[in-house]
Design a protein around this ligand. Sequence first.
Ligand code: ATP
Length: 246
Amino acid sequence: MTAQAPAPGDQPILFVRDVHKHFGGIQAAAGVDLEVGRGEIAGLIGPNGSGKSTLFNLVAGMETPDRGQILFDGHEIGGKKAYTIARLGLARTFQIPALFENMTVSGNLLAAAAEGHWHGAQQRADETLALLHLEPVANNRASDLSGGQQKLLEFGRVIMRQASLILLDEVTAGVHPNIRKIILEAIARLREQGTSFFVIEHDMEMVRNVCDRIIVMDSGRVVTSGAFEDIVQNSEVMQTYLGRPQ
Ligand SMILES: Nc1ncnc2c1ncn2[C@@H]1O[C@H](COP(=O)(O)OP(=O)(O)OP(=O)(O)O)[C@@H](O)[C@H]1O
């Protein structure tokens, strides 16, 4: 079947159709179909190895799809370079923060702005420090931060890019509840300002609190999507999700 792109003006921020990606004999994406709406916070869940990170890598330009269509904000981005996609307004975090360890916290934020929109960077850095409660450590080296603070800074670097869609890869995993709360409040604030989010999460509490809609992946495909309550009431899905090692 030919993938049918939505009409302009009616477009979701992210539109993925029939995307495939294999690694040797492993089909990591086996015909992925999904959308993320404008202003939406969509959660992506699924067992280990179901293809969530591969999908993020395909969307963010770290991997090239074998076939299929990926539209971001109306632009075909499948197979495009990561920096090209970033310039279009898509940003992502990594499970392990990718920071400039010898630079200060402020320096890391400004460096992120230098990669994209420099205008007003100092003011945005100050606002981001306040939003993420990083003001007291603004002049510390990134390497001196706790693991949780490094996750905050990684998120801060994404915020500095003023992206219209942010991909968050387990951004609250293993962090202190106080830091988790700061991250959740920042997500809510950014969403009020119109930012869309696509979030990989194993923490079902986070998924329930934050996401408007949940997309469930298994074996390289989307098996269902819907409101959290509908998803957890679907015993087949929950068995798929919970019946395997997380
Ligand atoms: N670069 C790669 N080379 C070979 N195999 C890969 C590569 N990346 C992913 N895979 C395989 O593709 C499948 C999907 O992996 P992926 O990391 O996308 O799943 P995931 O849902 O993100 O898992 P997790 O929850 O553990 O992060 C797995 O079988 C994995 O081993």
